[in-house]
Ligand binder design. Structure first.
Ligand code: PLP
Length: 386
């Protein structure tokens, strides 16, 4: 695949390009915000969708075994993760999946813990459902984030936390939590009877030398308190097809979750999503390898560009995700000043770090899933504006 090709996404009803005016107040800016890629998806997926479309009948789908088997094999092969077919629950999107977890595993007024800074719907899933958010702030050291385990336990103990929503790999700070870190968290959750819902949407987007560990691949005992959500959406740039998977090994927990999801009639995927999912996990591996190499090239390019041209900005290469977390604190410690600079002076649309939490102030998230020329243009605009 030639990822240098510019695909014109304007007027295709896409949030990233067509939603600029609504969000940033102007559309003459370069969009590197919403977390989807500007690349065409794998040709294998496109072919499968065309073939399905040519069939011409688009009635209710069943979501058969054939669709999920490639997902099971993919995870076994790539992540040493055993998934039983009976643990799988389809769900349109991952945000929907963790909102259902909030409804299923907690009551109004109960406490849910998240690790900040984090993807904004983690906050809204708790607040909009009238639960109480408890924060375990991550520790930042020269762009590398780690977990404050003492605080993790303290927050759970003192607040009687019922559910912990984990982000692994973590958006926006790009860590793929390792086995030791996951075990430490899971042990604490086990000790205080806290359920874990692990958002693993970025689990296939790993840079070289990084390794993904699913919460479900730890010792069996943790499976009794944990659920995970995965999807081909980010991995293969098919987020608009809304097809994801929740994996819950424990029968009782699965039953509780299913009751809520059935009461809301959520759980059927659309046929193009199912078709794409099957093709992705069956045939998408080579495309994924290539796109990850390209994105890592983007990351390396940005790292060098920043060092050479604007060293006041700090960037540490993520382990996973195609999202870069840029530290502008030395230049624009205040979120509003950073917004003004990026939007009105540099004319680039990044995500302001404040949206991810208080500790995100002075940071901006940049999407590296784009042709190199777009990234070059964005970085040059920032450099010129500085
Ligand atoms: C951590 C995380 N979870 C969930 C989502 C969105 O998932 P979905 O579109 O399937 O709801 C994103 C998108 O950026 C994400 O980064």
């Amino acid at each position: 695949m030639d990822f240098d090709v510019l695909v014109d996404r304007r007027n295709t009803d896409c949030v990233k390009w067509d939603g600029l005016k609504a969000v940033y107040g102007r559309d003459d800016i370069l969009p590197l915000w919403v977390a989807d890629m500007d690349f065409k998806s794998s040709p294998k997926i496109i072919e499968a969708i065309i073939e399905r479309a040519n069939h011409g009948v688009f009635g209710y789908p069943i979501g058969s075994k054939e669709v999920f088997q490639p997902f099971i094999e993919w995870n076994e092969k790539r992540n040493s993760l055993y998934i039983d077919e009976g643990w799988i629950l389809p769900c349109p999107g991952i945000v929907t999946a963790f909102c259902l977890a909030v409804l299923a595993f907690t009551k109004e007024g109960e406490k849910i813990m998240i690790q900040t800074p984090v993807y904004p719907p983690f906050y809204s899933s708790v607040k909009d459902n009238n639960r109480v958010m408890i924060e375990n702030q991550l520790i930042e050291n020269e762009g590398y984030y780690t977990i404050d385990f003492e605080d993790f336990e303290k927050q759970i103990r003192e607040n009687d936390v019922k559910l912990f929503i984990l982000c692994n790999p973590h958006n926006p700070i790009g860590r793929a939590w390792n086995k030791e870190e996951l075990k430490k968290m899971a042990d604490i959750c086990l000790k205080y009877d806290v359920k874990i819902f692990s958002d693993e949407i970025h689990s296939d987007l790993l840079f070289k030398r990084a390794k993904f560990t699913s919460i479900l691949s730890l010792d069996e005992k943790y499976r009794d308190i944990a659920a995970a959500a995965m999807a081909p959406s980010k991995t293969f740039n098919i987020a608009g097809l809304f097809s994801s998977i929740v994996v819950i090994p424990n029968e009782d927990i699965k039953g509780i979750y299913l009751k809520i999801s059935e009461s809301l009639h959520i759980g059927s995927l659309n046929i193009f999503g199912l078709t794409a999912m099957e093709a992705a996990y069956k045939y998408g591996e080579i495309w994924l390898k290539e796109v990850l190499e390209y994105i890592e090239g983007n990351s390396d390019y940005m790292e060098t560009f920043i060092k050479e041209n604007m060293p006041e900005i700090k960037y540490r290469k993520p382990e996973a995700t195609y999202l870069g977390w840029l530290d502008f604190r030395a230049l624009f410690p205040k979120a509003q000043d950073l917004d003004n600079f990026l939007i009105n002076k540099a004319k680039v649309a990044l995500n302001n770090g404040i949206a991810f939490g208080k500790k995100g102030e002075g940071f901006a998230r940049i999407n590296l899933g784009c042709p190199r020329s777009i990234l070059e243009e964005a970085l040059n605009r920032i450099k010129e504006a500085l």
